[in-house]
Design a binder for this molecule. Structure first.
Ligand SMILES: O=C([O-])CC(=O)C(=O)O
Ligand SMILES: [Mg+2]
Length: 160
């Protein structure tokens, strides 16, 4: 699918398209993607996200993760490899990533706000399929994302 987020914005002005802040950069190897959102709220610890990427089929899915911009590396080459192996399209993270020399070589999208080499080791709880709000954008499981080198757009319904 040839995704052009700019064209999608122009052609769907009546559809309440949300655009994520350009603070988010792609540290993954997949530069154009689309898919259905699954939301996860973390409290610093990434173990639930790790289990999900490792154990669940992510065909056609994009996981949107809110770690409240806590300064810990949440996703690195290990989680990205799990994501790739289970066909997850991309990870959008309100937080930080690490191992980025490696994550860039893995064919999965990985948008985040920056890098941090330190991870969190404490196991805390997480919440699936709840509404997330960050940088002025609302995300719900079942919404759609389209992304390319211009950025990320979020819509309630599938556009293409
Ligand atoms: O191990 C972790 O928790 C995060 C990480 O570095 C990886 O996914 O490679
Ligand atoms: Mg690592």
């Amino acid at each position: 699918m040839n995704i052009q987020t700019a064209d999608l914005c122009d052609d769907n002005r009546d559809k309440n398209i949300q655009v994520l802040s350009s603070k988010f950069k792609n540290y993954g190897g997949l530069k154009k993607f689309s898919g259905e959102i699954v939301t996860v709220k973390l409290d610093k610890s990434n173990w639930r996200l790790l289990e999900m990427l490792r154990d669940e089929d992510g065909e056609g899915k994009i996981v949107v993760v809110d770690n409240s911009q806590e300064f810990f590396g949440v996703v690195g080459d290990k989680l990205m490899t799990f994501a790739k192996n289970n066909n997850w399209k991309a990870i959008i993270l309100n937080g930080y990533v690490r191992d980025t020399d490696e994550t860039k070589k893995i064919d999965v999208g990985l948008f985040a706000i920056g890098t941090c080499p330190l991870r969190n080791f404490e196991k805390t709880d997480s919440y699936r399929d709840i509404e997330l709000n960050f940088e002025g954008v609302t995300f719900n499981s079942g919404d759609y994302i389209y992304a390319d080198n211009d950025g990320i757009i979020v819509t309630k319904n599938r556009l293409i």
